[in-house]
Ligand binder design. Structure first.
Ligand code: ATP
Length: 611
């Protein structure tokens, strides 16, 4: 276990350590009670064998004599009865302790698993966007579910079992030596081999489990990706390809599990052999000592029972270590999330609502080293202005918005909102100033109203409907069977792409953000509806700063200013009229779109004539 893992394990057990210590202590007590039973049995055997009460346990002999006097029976019979009662009593006490151990360990481990899950979930809410760029969602799900479960199982039973084995060995070894040093040495002669074997196995299993767990993570990720993109898979008739790929990942998982099982099988076979050999050594040597008269039948019986009681937990150490190996791997995977650097937490400015002025000063940003996506970009957007941004795919338009929301930070330059440097303000505060509508918005699998309330929990029906009207989606919603109470399928699948975009726009409008951003958010909306939305935004002009990113020029034509980006650089800026009148990329874009629109119109006319 590396230092980081053990430190983390120690940290997560905070608040439950006393319960764990009690569980281990009570296991020690259980073992003590259980180990006393063979002693009682051994004394009984000696008394029966010699017919001499003096060979019995002193305490029980004294009690038997008193009892015999009181009830007028034979001390020999009273001794046998008392021994039976003592044996049953000790076993019952041992069982009670076992029960308490199981219960306390379960309560503690469930509490810890809950804490782990919640801490991970909470942590993920504050991890930077770059963390999720590199992570597979399915793999993260596995870290929060089955990896936490592996750690829970480890904490609920393995920790206690390890404690029990250590206690048993350290308490019983001196007792065995005190009783008969010769037999004790022989009883433990194979123990180092059993422990060394278990340790070797532990190292091997840990390695193999890591590989197995990773292949399980890859399988879950594949499954999650497939289910999320099931429509794309069908649209491109990729089912056979997907099934084949899933099959290869599934096969890899099976092979890795098989290797793990082979390792386990080999360990159990070897350790079975060593444990049985160890018991045989004690039996043969004990038999010889018995024949030589240096050991009684009872002593041999007690010795045999106690050695067996110690040897099996030690043998199980292999299994325990196996499980521990898995838990360490899972803990490492959990650590990957828990130790990932969170987004910094900065103070929220005193102003609750900004005016909406944005300044970008020589901003350069790169996702990968030496591959800048925005290069030395400087822009000033006064509060209340409507700005259109156009440019070819990959020009860096969405990156600009991600910078505004501080999902990523520029490597050079700075961005100011009402004069405040974005890098110095609280992200939550910042995101409250922005209403961003994406091209492919995320909707919860809840009702339409619930999805709108995500923006503002206290919104009333009138406000909700007003926003939906502005976003030209109200008529569509009231057309659904349950209106605003209609449930939106997972990721909004029961809605068309355009309806989803309009619902997301309504959600953003409800917040009345000082800065409204439409990132290609009307791409799936027909031109008629787009016109309605643009007219609604026109009525709002001046109420907030508006940034419209679009491929369709009709969305930005009415903007106060249009910025043309290409390969991360601002290459043109001006109103539609000035840019359209100047030769350059924007004019070319107008010509291409004009030609396209004409062609579409011609096609439509021809089709309607044919009909
Ligand atoms: P589109 O019009 O197609 O939406 P865009 O102008 O919005 O394109 P961006 O999404 O800003 O373009 O992407 C700009 C460049 O940055 C692209 O080359 C893209 O591949 C790259 N890029 C975007 N996001 C990431 C990321 N998370 N990690 C690495 N590269 C990225």
């Amino acid at each position: 276990m590396d230092k980081q893992t053990s430190r983390n394990l120690w940290r997560i057990t905070a608040g439950q350590r006393l319960r764990y210590a009690s569980a281990i202590a009570v296991t020690g007590l259980a073992s003590a009670f259980m180990l006393s039973v063979p002693l009682v049995g051994g004394y009984v055997l000696d008394v029966v064998d010699t017919q001499d009460l003096a060979q019995g346990a002193a305490l029980l002999v004294e009690a038997a004599n008193t009892l015999a006097v009181e009830i007028g029976g034979k001390p020999y019979v009273a001794y046998l009865v008392l021994s039976a009662v003592a044996g049953v009593g000790l076993t019952a006490l041992g069982a009670t302790c076992q029960y308490l151990q199981g219960r306390w360990a379960a309560i503690a481990s469930e509490a810890l698993a809950r804490r782990l899950r919640e801490t991970m979930y909470e942590r993920m809410q504050h991890l930077p966007a770059s963390f999720f760029d590199e992570a597979d969602t399915g793999d993260l799900v596995q870290r929060c579910s089955s990896d936490v479960e592996t750690v829970r199982v480890f904490l609920s039973s393995q920790v206690v079992q390890i404690g029990r084995s250590i206690l048993l060995l350290s308490v019983l070894t001196p007792i065995l030596f005190a009783r008969d040093a010769r037999l004790a040495s022989l009883a433990l002669v194979l123990m180092p081999f059993i422990i060394a074997g278990a340790y070797y196995f532990f190292a091997k299993v840990r390695e193999q489990f890591k590989i197995t767990d990773e292949s399980e993570g890859a399988l879950t990720a594949r499954l999650q990706e497939n289910l999320t993109g099931i429509r794309v898979v069908r649209a491109f008739a990729r089912q056979a390809y997907e099934v084949e790929h899933f099959g290869s990942k599934s096969l890899a998982l099976r092979d890795n599990r098989e290797r793990l099982n082979r390792l386990s099988g080999a360990y159990w076979a070897v350790s079975d052999f060593l444990c049985t050999a160890q018991v045989c050594i004690v039996l043969i040597a004990g038999g010889m000592f018995l024949a030589a008269g240096s050991l009684s039948v009872g002593e041999l019986f007690a010795f045999m029972m106690q050695v067996t009681m110690v040897i099996w937990p030690v043998r199980h150490l292999g299994q325990v270590l196996n499980e521990s190996g898995k838990a360490m791997v899972s803990l490492g995977r959990i650590n990957h999330v828990l130790l990932a650097e969170e987004e910094s937490r900065d103070p929220a400015p005193a102003t609750e609502r900004v005016r909406g002025e944005l300044v970008l000063e020589n901003v350069t940003v790169e996702y990968e080293p030496d591959r800048p996506v925005l290069k030395d970009l400087s822009v000033h957007i006064p509060a209340g202005e409507t700005v259109g941004i156009v440019g070819p795919p990959g020009a860096g338009k969405s990156t600009l918005i991600r910078l505004l929301a501080r999902l990523y930070e520029p490597q050079h330059g700075r961005i100011l909102i009402d004069g405040l440097d974005l890098l110095e303000v609280d992200r939550h505060w910042l995101r409250r100033q922005l209403g961003i509508v994406m091209q492919d918005p995320f909707l919860y699998s809840r009702t339409v109203a619930d999805n709108l309330r995500v923006a503002r929990a206290d919104v009333n029906d009138t406000e909700m409907m007003a926003a939906a009207r502005e976003a030209a989606v109200h008529d569509a919603i009231v057309g659904f069977p349950a209106g605003y109470r209609s449930r939106v399928g997972e990721r909004g699948v029961t809605l068309s792409g355009g309806q989803r975009q309009r619902l997301a726009l309504a959600r953003a409008l409800l917040v009345e953000p000082p800065i409204l951003v439409l990132d290609d958010a009307l791409s799936a909306v027909d031109t008629g509806t787009e016109g309605q939305i643009m007219a609604a935004l026109e009525r709002r002009r001046g109420r907030h700063t508006t940034i419209i990113i679009a491929h369709r020029l009709s969305s930005v034509r009415g903007a106060d200013r249009i910025l043309v980006l290409e390969q991360g650089r601002l290459i043109q800026e001006g109103t539609h009229a000035t840019l359209a009148a100047t030769s350059g990329p924007y004019r070319r874009l107008c010509e291409i779109q004009g030609a396209l629109d004409e062609a579409i119109e011609r096609d439509l006319k021809e089709t309607s004539n044919a009909v």
